[in-house]
Design a protein around this ligand. Structure first.
Ligand SMILES: Cc1cc2nc3c(=O)[nH]c(=O)nc-3n(C[C@H](O)[C@H](O)[C@H](O)COP(=O)(O)O)c2cc1C
Length: 193
């Protein structure tokens, strides 16, 4: 498969970055064609500009500034996201990637005011994420990022496509053992992608 792996963490020595490298390596070892997109390394600008907002519904112009990112997304058969949960959501750089790249004509069409998903080239979605808080505390908050993946992103891709949500909660109290176990779990999922 051709797999776009998108990563959003600023620290090279972070556990999250290690998860990204591990994901890419294991997918490549399994014979997949991997497009590794490190948003910080590529200095992606997450800000939707005034001109982009004005042209948001203009299919001729709305992705002119991010056409390379749109091409990479539309060339993929599968999408993998590797990021930490920040303020019960995506890091701003990843949120901005959705805001600017997942525009009308790319991930959905607006037909008579109704959203009609079109990102049907994505036949599989896997999320690798880490939380500082416990699963219970996060559940009390409604776990918004899990819902965004399981409901919003799931709805945009090919209907019925498998979605996996691999999460290490409670990283504030993580041990070498729990990190290694999660890394192994991620590797095993990539081996049989
Ligand atoms: C700006 C910021 C906001 C955060 N917000 C949350 C949060 O809302 N919920 C949570 O469980 N952890 C939160 N965390 C903790 C991160 O999820 C945690 O540090 C990260 O998953 C650990 O990965 P790392 O060690 O690779 O950075 C936050 C951390 C930062 C820096």
């Amino acid at each position: 498969m051709r797999i776009l792996v998108v990563h959003a963490h600023p620290v090279a020595a972070s556990f999250n970055r290690a998860l990204f490298h591990h994901t890419v390596e294991r997918l490549m070892a399994a014979g997949h064609e991997v497009d590794a997109l490190d948003l910080y390394a590529e200095d992606f600008d997450p800000r939707l500009t005034s001109a982009e907002r004005e042209a948001y519904h203009d299919l001729e112009k709305n992705c002119a500034n991010v056409s390379a990112h749109v091409e990479r997304l539309l060339a993929a058969d599968a999408l993998v996201l590797v990021y930490p949960v920040w303020n019960y959501g995506f890091p701003a750089i990843l949120k901005g990637w959705f805001d600017r790249v997942f525009v009308p004509g790319v991930s959905f069409a607006l037909v008579n005011g109704q959203v009609s998903p079109t990102l049907h080239n994505i036949r599989k979605l896997v999320v690798v994420t880490t939380y500082g808080g416990t699963r219970f505390r996060t559940w009390l908050m409604g776990d918004p990022p899990r819902k965004l993946i399981g409901r919003m992103l799931r709805a945009l891709i090919k209907p019925g496509a498998p979605v996996s949500y691999l999460a290490h909660y409670n990283l504030n109290l993580a041990t070498d053992q729990s990190r290694a176990a999660f890394m192994a779990r991620v590797g095993a999922v990539m081996d049989r992608f």
